[in-house]
Design a protein around this ligand. Structure first.
Ligand SMILES: Nc1nc2c(ncn2[C@@H]2O[C@H](COP(=O)(O)OP(=O)(O)OP(=O)(O)O)[C@@H](O)[C@H]2O)c(=O)[nH]1
Ligand SMILES: [Mg+2]
Length: 356
């Protein structure tokens, strides 16, 4: 999930190694993690290593090496998944005649994957025992041009420059105090939303004790478990949707908006609320919308269900909320994996034309 109050697991700082095949990523990872040099063959698939640090706590930074066989899309999705705190771009200035283009290309991956904004980035010249920098390229100038935070000349073989690089990486990967605090608050919030999700799955009446913001979190947690990539919008100024859920359908990214009304019994959203939401989905060209109301809808809305669903917006009541929570529980117990496409699941158990 991605939001300011995103629940996140306690994780070790993550370091990602990028660069062309054969530039020395595996050798450097082995040197940084085990302080030895080993001959390596080309590695495929992401590899991970634990970085050696002086303080032996359970948050040792993890080094990920991107496999070299990857396509642009694979690189981007690996980078997004890793969400590194530190990115090391390895280059071989002793022989790379296209150093500038090469750095530019990798930098674009860092930018397009969002790694650029969240990580410290270092330009690392590798295999420097094999010779000096090719031509009169200045690594410092390149680092400045592409906004790297540091530049290092290293050799995994002789260990030159490794200590300096390791210290800089450890420092950059150290979680800041505010991050630690945010992390633990987020963890508590996440745990609470999961616990509430289990309660609602067992007993729909639990909904009556739950505040609206908690219900938004519950729905976000449930959709996340079902397999959507979920974003919970801020509590106020949510732009008319409470949760944005994304999923890939046959390699195409689909986006759904979810609006959640959790009003006291007797108060029910009417046609205007629903039509605002329909319009929002049309305007933002979503692939559909789900309007959930724990207290049901006014009669005016029930009369328009057919028209509303033609606009790819579905309406869900208590039963739908409970069913999403039950999916969460079954998923958590490992008893269930989605067999239907996710968009169908999202729209299951909603009001349909015949029912109204
Ligand atoms: N002389 C020297 N050779 C090195 C050094 N680092 C790596 N090599 C050699 O360079 C070759 C490529 O190194 P790797 O670490 O496997 O490169 P890689 O970036 O992991 O390559 P892929 O896994 O294909 O992406 C191997 O033969 C290494 O032994 C170094 O510092 N000095
Ligand atoms: Mg490798």
């Amino acid at each position: 999930m991605t939001t300011d109050d995103t629940p996140t697991e306690p994780v070790s700082p993550k370091i990602v190694l990028l660069g062309q095949s054969g530039v020395g990523k595996s050798a450097l990872a082995i040197r940084l993690s085990g302080d030895e040099f080993r001959e390596t063959a080309s590695t495929h698939g992401a590899q991970s290593h634990i970085l050696q640090t002086p303080d032996d706590d359970n948050k040792q930074p993890v080094i990920f090496e991107l496999g070299s066989e990857k396509s642009r899309n694979e690189i981007l999705s690996s980078l997004k998944e890793i969400a590194a705190n530190v990115a090391l771009l390895l280059v071989d200035p002793t022989r790379d005649k296209e150093l500038h283009e090469n750095i530019q290309a990798w930098k674009s991956y860092l930018i397009d994957s969002g790694t650029d904004t969240r990580s410290t980035q270092m330009l690392v010249a590798a295999r420097m025992d094999r010779g000096g920098v090719f031509g009169n390229t200045s690594l410092e100038e390149l680092a400045r041009e592409f906004s790297f935070d540091g530049v290092f000349q290293t050799s995994a073989k002789t260990a030159n420059g490794i200590q300096e690089l390791r210290s800089a990486v450890v420092e950059a990967a150290r979680p800041r105090d505010d991050e630690v605090a945010r992390d633990s608050v987020a963890r508590v919030v996440q745990t609470m939303a999961e616990t509430l999700c289990r309660l609602v799955a067992k007993d729909a009446d639990a909904l009556d004790q739950i505040e609206w913001r908690e219900l938004e979190r519950i729905i976000a947690v449930a959709l996340d478990a079902i397999g959507f990539t979920v974003e919970l919008t801020p509590g106020s100024k949510d732009g008319g949707k409470d949760v944005v859920a994304n999923c890939a359908v046959r390699n195409n990214e689909h986006t759904y908006y979810i609006e959640i009304k959790h009003w006291r019994k007797g108060d029910r959203p009417g046609p205007n609320h629903v039509s605002d939401f329909v319009e929002l989905n049309v305007r933002d060209e979503t692939d559909g919308g789900l309007f959930l109301s724990s207290s049901g809808f006014t009669n005016g809305v029930y009369g328009q269900v057919g028209e509303i669903s033609r606009q790819r917006v579905r309406l869900g009541e208590r039963e739908k909320i409970v069913s999403l929570c039950q999916h969460f529980v079954r998923r958590e117990e490992g008893m269930w994996y989605p067999t239907q496409p996710l968009p169908e699941l999202l729209f299951a158990d909603t009001l349909n034309i015949g029912q109204a």
